[in-house]
Write a new protein. Sequence first.
Length: 236
Amino acid sequence: MKQNQNNSNKNQNVNKLFANIAPWYDFLNHTLSLGIDFYWRKCLINTLNLSSRQRILDLACGTFDVALAIQKAYPLVSITAVDYTFAMLLAGKKKITKSAKIFPLQGDGRFLPFKNACFDAITIAFGIRNISPREKAYKEILRVLKPGGTFHILEFGSGKQKIWGGIYNFYLKKLLPWIGGLVAKNKSAYSYLADTICHFPQPHELAWEMTKSGFKKVKYFPLTSGIVYIHVGEKP
């Protein structure tokens, strides 16, 4: 019971943090990553192998950057874009054209309001860190995926490993919260970001989590010296 309460409090705090930074989210994402986030999302999309008219679920969709990238690469697919924070959906709404097949929905990755086996692929970019416990999300993702469907994660690597001689680690822990506080007036949100990266499982540990939860053929690879990783798993 206590663990459930702790998870509930954490998710509520995460929701509040992201609601506060929603107006600055896109600007800070692109600025703090020096624009490399566009390349990361492109690499995520390249792991998809879709045919026309398939159904895709983009979890923790934020302001729809991944959903829009999928739509550009696969114009005929239908994309349901789910985020826990309603303010994020509002902030990104202006980016969705009337012709886009992107359908926003506020929802919780641990309790998805969809029938069994209804999606061909599921993506999540920089969101799996914020779901607690992740095991519940894995269970739901497997439930709503079609057999043979794939789950694609784009996420920061563990901050426990030194990258670029420790320059990246200094940036992550010191400069990123300072810049976030300066621009968005919310240093705590970006301190939280740094903290979750530093405490996130290492890539092989995340792959084991996925395998243990029931995914098959799990594979992963690094981008930008291991600052981020892409993991892909398949529903049996």
